[in-house]
Design a protein around this ligand. Structure first.
Ligand code: MG
Length: 336
């Protein structure tokens, strides 16, 4: 087996601002694993606040021995091996895991969604995310999003209520809210949750600091809207910690170290009766199709990476009625 990779700067269509950060592009790594005439594609998206970089990913990959990846793949052994090289580094581990799944699908001539036990017809609509902006530009972005079947709004500025009112003056589609740890006062947060409930908000992500489980649990206990942990949850071991603090979790491949562990997180969260959103970072069609292969097993999907970026190096996957269409092609179904 042969591993190769190249850095790539993924450009966003609009400057993207959330409660704590703002950016116009995201460094990613595009990775390939070649075996028996087949190529598996993987991707690591390294949003700056997660702590990985092109350099850290390259350093990690220089220590990976591809002879460890024997066919058929033993994913549990592979993730243990990758974790033994160095803890952390979930995005670059995800790139390897995604490429292995794509490769496995191609070797077996099966789509990844089938390998993971998903039913394509159960895929939820994907939400289209709108970052924090001035009310005028925000309205323009909501109007541009008319074709999408769900909208996710980033909150955590002084204009929170105004932004929601703008959305509702334009569209009635399901609305998700992400506070990105931006809320601080418990009672004020609860008042806002009830206000958002009136506007038909269906879920709220990471309202308060990930380091303050007590305040998040306090809000969850009282909230009529499902409260999901995002920044507080990365890998499988975090699901147990999130139980009782949040109604559900936002699982992302760039946090979970890939598809294998994301599937284990979904199964474990379900056993605990927790809700599941599958989300993404700024990603190309590659990591998006990898997450979409698991999306039918989740309650909600927020897989809008290719919809928000302008230089996706792969073809745009089929998108109809607000949903990604999972194809019958082998592997991820990624097209050049
Ligand atoms: Mg989030």
């Amino acid at each position: 087996m042969k591993l190769s990779f190249a850095p790539f700067e993924l450009q966003l269509k609009h400057r993207f601002t959330i409660a704590k950060f703002s950016r116009t592009s995201t460094p990613i790594i595009l990775l390939q694993l070649e075996h028996d005439g087949c190529i598996g594609y993987g991707e690591a998206s390294m949003v700056p606040y997660m702590g990985e970089s092109i350099q850290s990913a390259a350093n990690f990959l220089s220590r990976v021995d591809v002879n460890q990846f024997k066919v058929p793949f033993d994913y549990a052994a592979i993730i243990n091996y990758l974790d033994s090289i160095e803890p952390g580094n979930p995005a670059v581990k995800a790139a390897i895991d995604i490429a292995l799944h794509d490769l496995e699908g191609k070797l077996l001539n099966k789509p990844c969604w089938q390998l993971l036990g998903s039913l394509p017809e159960n895929i939820p609509v994907t939400s289209y995310t709108i970052g924090i902006d001035t009310p005028e530009i925000f309205r323009q972005k909501v109007e541009e999003a008319a074709g999408y079947k769900a909208i996710k709004v980033k909150l955590g500025s002084a204009d929170d209520k105004q932004l929601i009112e703008i959305v509702r003056s334009v569209t009635d589609v399901p609305l998700y809210v992400d506070a990105n740890q931006g809320w601080t006062d418990r009672e004020a947060s609860l008042d806002l949750v009830y206000w958002l409930h009136e506007y038909g908000v269906q879920l709220i992500e990471q309202p308060m600091l990930k380091t303050d489980p007590e305040s998040n649990a306090w809000l969850t206990e009282r909230s009529p809207i499902p409260i999901l942990g995002d920044e507080a949850i990365q890998r499988l071991g975090d699901i147990d910690k999130a139980h009782g603090i949040y109604h559900g979790v936002n699982i992302k491949l760039m946090k979970s170290a890939g598809m294998f562990e994301a599937k284990r997180m979904i199964d474990h969260a379900r056993k605990l009766n927790m809700k599941i959103l599958i989300g993404c970072m700024s990603e190309t069609s590659c990591a998006t199709l990898a997450a979409a292969a698991l999306a039918p097993q989740c309650d909600w999907a927020d897989l809008d990476g290719p919809l928000l970026t302008s230089n996706n190096p792969f073809a745009m996957p089929q998108f109809e009625n607000g949903k990604w269409i999972l194809s019958n092609d082998a592997g991820l179904g990624l097209m050049q």
